[in-house]
Design a protein around this ligand. Structure first.
Ligand SMILES: C[S@@+](CC[C@H](N)C(=O)[O-])C[C@H]1O[C@@H](n2cnc3c(N)ncnc32)[C@H](O)[C@@H]1O
Length: 202
């Protein structure tokens, strides 16, 4: 593995770039809002969003008119400060998805979008998300799972970050063990692909 950050990672780590390149227009927001609206018709749900960056998911759900009681967690104080300034209507807490300080079933829905790719591996995070979810777990990937698995650690000015592509076999097996039902959506936005797993907890 080289220690030169890939152009993909340099772009992914840059909040302003993520905004400029239209990731906030990603069709995943509309898909998630439509599915949540169908699952919770005419009522609000509590939602924990893990790994929030610019508050893009909060803004996407709000713009879709979905009445969610939103809590966002992230490990980066800088990210959280920006979210608190830009979106004072939500709760923003410093916490890792691998060690969530909430009891079992604390939130109706637990969401992450483009987060699991940035962890050393996914299993602890997935199990934590399912533990604190009451009914649904939603996991979005920009690095769409595909074999062979590729685990890449990139150095940055602030340390390092992973940018992994996971083998879908064991990943989906884990989701099915923890879920009654797993719905998968493969989406495209220009040249970009993404995948969302909507899991109904067992
Ligand atoms: C690539 S960004 C994705 C942000 C946003 N969800 C999106 O869809 O654009 C990953 C975010 O996860 C955060 N993060 C990294 N490791 C984390 C962890 N262990 N727990 C919670 N957040 C984490 C980073 O600080 C960053 O804000």
């Amino acid at each position: 593995m080289g220690d030169v950050p890939s152009p993909l990672w340099l772009r992914t780590a840059d909040v302003d770039h993520m905004r400029r390149d239209g990731r906030d227009e990603d069709p995943g927001h509309a898909w998630t809002a439509e599915r949540l609206g169908a699952l919770y018709p005419g009522t609000s749900c509590t939602l924990l969003d893990c790994g929030v960056m610019s508050g893009v998911t909060y803004a996407g759900l709000r713009d879709a008119g979905l009445p969610v009681d939103y809590t966002g967690i992230d490990v980066s104080p800088r990210v959280l400060d920006a979210c608190r300034t830009e979106h004072p209507g939500a709760r923003w807490l410093e916490m890792s998805v691998t060690d969530l300080a909430f009891g079992e079933g604390s939130f109706d829905v637990v969401n992450s979008r483009h987060l699991l790719e940035c962890l050393p591996y996914y299993e602890t995070a997935v199990r934590e998300m399912f533990r604190v979810a009451r009914t649904h777990v939603i996991i979005g990937f920009f690095q769409v799972p595909r074999a062979p698995e590729a685990l890449l650690r990139r150095e940055t000015d602030e340390g390092y970050i992973w940018l992994n592509r996971y083998d879908p076999g064991p990943f989906e097996e884990l989701l099915h063990r923890l879920s009654r039902e797993v719905e998968t959506a493969d989406l495209r936005h220009g040249p970009r692909r993404s995948r969302i797993y909507l899991c109904t907890k067992r």
